[in-house]
Design a protein. Structure first.
Length: 277
């Protein structure tokens, strides 16, 4: 099963009663930019979810820079957008699928089956001269009932236990220099979790801004055993999500997101850190 929907599919269905398109545009260095861009122009009938206000919770001592949101509050927000188990959701952004994939994963974690990422960005949508709107839609409320899928989530204790396991692959989604510990522009400690392998998340995206095909993902991840559980992390649990999706596209079944990721790992003083010399 693919978790991607083509732009053509979205263009044909965005007005359907049982389809909800969600704009997830967000810039880490300008938290208001995504909402401002949405207000100015978006796919008609699309709702907006904000990475930090809707899809993350408050930052604490542990849990990383983008911890889980209050799930009851998020469920109420989804209900207000006219979403229940019968509604198909398609997410999009302008950040190569990073924010859209975070929303996709979170909805999967809440037990929503019919959720997909649009195969292409809002910029791609505009380049194809498809309709846009500045109108903020109103939706008839439905009742979203979360059914938590705990097996999709890895926590600090799970990752720490994996260090001695031959049954788990740790996959770091950050750019290679950050993985190697040569630079660290965001977090206070550089390096990676010992034993992790590095697959930069942007390598999921083709030169035209669409996602690579399933066969390309299979080739990319060919050195990872599908018999092993894969725990995926990044800096704060956002850009790991495109790799989670790509692993599913490649046929992996047991894939977990370490939501706290590197920013959570280094919040514990005794966490081992590895650097490549």
């Amino acid at each position: 099963m693919s978790y991607l929907k083509s732009i053509e599919w979205v263009a044909s269905h965005y007005q359907d009663d049982l389809v909800r398109v969600i704009d997830c545009r967000f810039l880490l260095n300008n938290p208001n930019a995504g909402q401002e861009a949405y207000t100015e122009s978006h796919i008609p009938n699309a709702a907006y979810l904000h990475l930090e206000a809707d899809l993350s919770g408050p930052v604490k001592e542990h849990g990383g820079r983008h911890p889980l949101p209050n799930l009851q509050e998020l469920s109420e927000r989804l209900s207000s957008l006219g979403i229940d188990q019968n509604v198909t959701i398609v997410t999009y952004d302008d950040q190569n699928g990073a924010m859209a994939s975070r929303c996709w994963w979170l909805l999967k974690y809440l037990g929503h089956e019919n959720v997909f990422v649009m195969d292409g960005s809002f910029q791609t949508w505009q380049q194809r001269d498809l309709p846009v709107s500045s109108e903020i839609p109103q939706f008839q409320s439905r009742v979203f009932k979360p059914v938590i899928q705990q097996h999709l989530l890895a926590e600090f204790k799970d990752v720490k236990a994996s260090l001695d396991s031959t049954e788990i692959t740790l996959l770091d989604s950050r750019e290679a220099p950050r993985f190697r510990g040569e630079v660290e522009p965001i977090d206070k400690i550089a390096g990676h979790i010992p034993g992790a392998v590095n697959y930069f998340w942007l390598e999921n995206i083709a030169s035209d801004g669409t996602w690579k095909k399933a066969e390309e993902h299979k080739e990319r991840f060919q050195h990872i055993s599908k018999e092993r559980s894969v725990i995926v992390y990044c800096g704060s649990g956002v850009t790991a999500c495109p790799n989670v999706l790509a692993l599913h596209e490649a046929g992996f079944q047991d894939v977990k997101l370490y939501l706290g990721s590197w920013s959570d790992w280094i919040s514990y003083e005794d966490s081992p850190v590895e650097k490549n010399k």
